[in-house]
Design a protein around this ligand. Structure first.
Ligand SMILES: CC[C@@H]1C=C[C@H]2CCN(C(=O)[C@@H]3CC[C@H]4C=C[C@]5(CCCN5C(=O)[C@H](Cc5ccccc5Cl)NC(C)=O)C(=O)N43)[C@@H]2C(=O)N1CC(=O)O
Length: 114
């Protein structure tokens, strides 16, 4: 990712809402695992995106989602925040309330800057 800089990094389990089963399922393969989730800023295109990789060895990318102007970011609980993209609903289950607060500050900054 050329000249993208991370404006925050937190630990969270990245979840997707499965409309058919009406359940949250962990993003990526196998069981829910903690990921390092960043918000990256690309100053040349003036865009932001959420990128998360599993903490475990394979570093599987479990989220790579652009932050869209006007997107609604919902802090359902201090540890669980969520938003919709055109295709799906993302949920972040933060490892701590502090990580939730850090992420929401950066997300709010990004949404305000778009
Ligand atoms: C990882 C387990 C998880 C942990 C925490 C809790 C917190 C609440 N919660 C939920 O799933 C809540 C309960 C009702 C259900 C009903 C619908 C859902 C699911 C799909 C989206 N949604 C919306 O309410 C969206 C939100 C939104 C508003 C505004 C802007 C964007 C958005 Cl995304 N409303 C629109 C209008 O889109 C939803 O979040 N729901 C989680 C939850 O129970 N568990 C435990 C489990 O599942 O075992």
């Amino acid at each position: 990712m050329s000249c993208e800089s991370s404006i925050c990094q937190v630990r969270a389990t990245v979840m997707l809402y499965d409309d058919s089963s009406k359940r949250w399922v962990p993003s990526g393969s196998d069981s829910p695992a903690l990921s390092r989730v960043h918000i990256y800023h690309n100053p040349s295109t003036h865009t932001f995106r959420v990128v998360g990789r599993k903490l475990q060895a394979d570093q599987q990318v479990v989220i790579n989602c652009p932050i869209i102007k006007g997107m609604k970011y919902n802090q359902a609980t201090p540890n669980f925040h969520q938003w919709r993209d055109p295709k799906q609903v993302w949920g972040l289950n933060f490892s701590s309330k502090e990580d939730g607060a850090t992420f929401s500050k950066a997300m709010t900054y990004a949404l305000d800057a778009l």
